[in-house]
Design a binder for this molecule. Sequence first.
Ligand code: CP
Ligand code: NVA
Length: 307
Amino acid sequence: MKQLKGRDLLGIADLSPAEIKGLLQLAKQLKTGQLTCHTNKTLGLLFYKASTRTRVSFSVAMYQLGGQVIDLNPSVTQVGRGEPIEDTARVLDRYLDILAIRTFKPEDLQTFTEYAQIPIINALTDLEHPCQILADLLTIEECFGSLAGKTLTYVGDGNNVAHSLLLGCALMEMNIRIATPPDYQPDNSIVQQAKEIAQDSAEIVITNDAIAAVKGAEVVYTDVWASMGQEDLASTRIPIFQPYQVNQKLLSHADKDAIVLHCLPAHRGEEITAQVIEGKQSRVWDQAENRMHAQKALLAALLGCIE
Ligand code: CP
Ligand code: NVA
């Protein structure tokens, strides 16, 4: 884990398979109390979009490590009034030790890394959500004991979460199937990147057939049909996405011991039914809890405070 000190996390593929395994191991040790890490460093949270889980789990993780957190909400800082990223990054670099950013364009995160030396963490962009996928992998490993060879099916919009799942599963040699409506497939460059990572070690399927995709899967995953910033499109998408709802009927095609994951927030009656999210196969609350454990491991590794 020493090699992670001082690094940025912009996409899940910034981490090697060994580094992801190391972070998951560290997360489990921190979760069970087998290991403690301590820091007196300061984390900044610069979020241009709403967040409950990421904001709170990062904050609690940092407090539990002994550090401090500063919420840099754009409505109360100059970034919200248009101060350039280049200037903001150079100034925050002088005060903070690590900075998690939630924003729209992935290029803006890149600019932050060019103008700040401190580790920059992608807390979600329109392209990726790597911190979510670390928690997802932790949850799957806890449920099944291993990752390689398992099949995860994502049903819904080919969005930021789908992108990070594609890359994260490929890195961990998990089979991944993505079922979306025809015009909502994941970004082709991400699919190609995932295929290059997986080579022959995992199956990657991009399809419009939700039932075929779910067949025999051990993990069934979904996310909202309209992400943050796409709220205007939400009502027109409902009929298009209806065949991709994770309901009991679709789930019946999965492995009998399959688990259901959702990054949350969820819209019951749209991408997932209340019966499924509240049902016995749902692991969404463990998954949400694991955001904190996975991010605590990430903070400890990037800050280099593992004893
Ligand atoms: N899953 C997730 O990132 O949730 P928040 O938007 O609440 O942070
Ligand atoms: N795809 C969703 C994920 C929210 C955690 C969004 O970007 O809004």
